[in-house]
Ligand binder design. Structure first.
Ligand code: PEP
Length: 250
């Protein structure tokens, strides 16, 4: 039985005041026996504050990316051990904004995934096609390639503790959500692919949907067989909306 995970990617949004307000609202709206797990991915400078506020609440927190190198002359970068120092249990890798705006290739993403996995952080591998790729009928080819980049280098066992987030690029921040059927079809493809390599890993891994998830569309998405929660951008910045998405898991 896979538990639903609702994870909030704050991207480059927020302030200390906003962190305090949002986290206290999430904490007061949650209890440890919820039917869904919650996680937040704040910008790096707020991780320490988030750690102080979330410790012992059952809500997890993580980084939005990491540098795969342990330490060194990499101005502006953050390593896995730094995220672990701040109590992170997870890290996003390969978000489409990292791929498109910061030039991360499939190989770069795979190396980050492996660095996270080896350090003990749970990697959340983001995959998804652009609108042009969907219209060209190559969604499965693209998503398959993004997953194979990790399996080909590090083997299927690298996915044993991982999470996959299917995020069609055309649905991120656009208000356009994949329909439950469209999303389910790609989630089933991802699960079949992972199951083909290892039945246990494929059956257990959580596959989140991301792309304009909100309190109104989450229940239909989460009702699909292979959708195990959501990676939420814009709607994770409003406590009421984020908790409404969590409530959709009930
Ligand atoms: C995201 O950036 O991961 C995301 C899914 O954003 P939004 O929910 O705003 O589409």
């Amino acid at each position: 039985m896979r538990r639903i995970l609702v994870a909030g990617n704050w991207k480059m949004h927020g302030s200390l005041a906003m962190v305090d307000e949002l986290i206290s609202a999430l904490v007061s709206g949650s209890s440890t026996d919820e039917s869904a797990d919650l996680a937040v991915f704040p910008p790096f400078p707020y991780l320490d504050r988030v750690r102080n506020l979330l410790q012992d609440t059952g809500i997890a927190w993580g980084g939005q990316t990491l540098n795969p190198v342990a330490q060194g002359a990499y101005t502006g970068e953050v390593s896995a051990s730094m995220l672990l120092d701040l109590g992170c249990s997870m890290v996003l890798v390969g978000h489409s904004e990292r791929r498109a705006l910061f030039g991360e290739s499939d190989e770069d993403v795979a190396v980050r995934f492996d660095a996270a996995h080896k350090s003990g952080l749970q990697p959340v591998l983001c995959v998804g096609e652009t609108l042009e790729e969907r219209e060209a009928g190559i969604t499965e080819q693209v998503v398959g390639r993004q997953i194979d980049a990790v399996i080909g280098r590090y083997g299927i066992q690298a996915f044993a503790q991982a999470i996959v987030a299917y995020e069609p690029v055309w649905a991120i921040g656009t208000g356009k959500t994949a329909s439950p059927d469209q999303a389910q079809a790609v989630h089933a493809f991802i699960r079949d692919k992972l199951s083909g390599a290892d039945g246990i890993i494929g059956g257990q891994i959580r596959i989140l949907y991301g792309g304009s998830v909100n309190g109104s569309n989450a229940a239909d998405l989460f009702a699909q067989d292979d959708i195990d929660g959501g990676l939420v951008g814009g709607a994770s910045l409003k406590a009421g909306e984020f908790l409404a998405i969590r409530d959709a898991a009930r």
